[in-house]
Design a protein around this ligand. Structure first.
Ligand SMILES: CC(C)(COP(=O)(O)OP(=O)(O)OC[C@H]1O[C@@H](n2cnc3c(N)ncnc32)[C@H](O)[C@@H]1OP(=O)(O)O)[C@@H](O)C(=O)NCCC(=O)NCCS
Length: 186
């Protein structure tokens, strides 16, 4: 088990996303077919209703942007899947290996995701989240996302029930303003 990832816990989210500097030995990658077993394994441990390996395979094949994060031992510990739709980036999936959660990796991965969108010149990000997922919502709000709507019965839930999705969005300027601050926006 590694030590906690040394990210600043005070939630400094820049007004214009910037790629975080990874500590020595940590590595970002583009999700490939070689990652699917590890990704699907984490997914199955992290969710009550996980994506399947086939879902990830189709996603990668259809051109979605899959990102992976590996620790210095080379272990895949987090991933995200992004889908560009014209001038909006949809965050379809962001997940941290359950044994490595609450160590700052979700914050790091979200910063990477926002910076990746910015690098693709897409300055609006949308995502859906279960209202019951209060930890993820806290993270998104700290990163400047705001609720813009709700999709009724969007997610499967336990039994044959359904759960709504909250739709969250964050937009940011295409370029840094001269007087840009670095404080969190939420
Ligand atoms: C949501 C998720 C990506 C967050 O990753 P993480 O590495 O655990 O989060 P971090 O350690 O970076 O936490 C960042 C902040 O988010 C909030 N947060 C994250 N998890 C939380 C939890 N379980 N309870 C309360 N707050 C939480 C906190 O504000 C936290 O800051 P703090 O630790 O300084 O208090 C991760 O929990 C996960 O993979 N969950 C399962 C999959 C999932 O729900 N993905 C999102 C789908 S929309």
């Amino acid at each position: 088990m590694s030590a906690a990832y040394p990210l600043d816990p005070r939630n400094h989210w820049p007004a214009v996303p910037a790629m975080p500097v990874l500590p020595h030995g940590w590595a970002l990658g583009r999700m490939s077919a070689l990652d699917l077993a590890a990704v699907a394994g984490i997914e199955a441990r992290a969710y009550s209703h996980p994506w399947t390996r086939g879902n990830f395979e189709n996603s990668v094949k259809s051109g979605h942007l899959g990102l992976t994060l590996r620790d210095p031992a080379g272990t895949l510990v987090a991933y995200a899947v992004l889908m560009p739709v014209v001038d909006e980036m949809h965050l379809l999936n962001i997940t941290v290996e359950p044994r490595r959660q609450r160590q700052g990796l979700g914050r790091l991965m979200l910063a990477v995701v926002l910076a990746t969108s910015h690098a693709h010149r897409i300055h609006t990000m949308l995502l859906e989240v279960r209202p019951s997922n209060t930890g993820a919502i806290a993270l998104y709000q700290a990163a400047g996302f705001a609720e813009i709507g709700r999709r009724k019965g969007y997610y499967p839930a336990l039994g044959s029930k359904r759960e709504d999705a909250l739709v969250l969005r964050r937009s940011w300027p295409a370029e840094s303003a001269a007087n840009e601050g670095t404080e969190g926006r939420a």
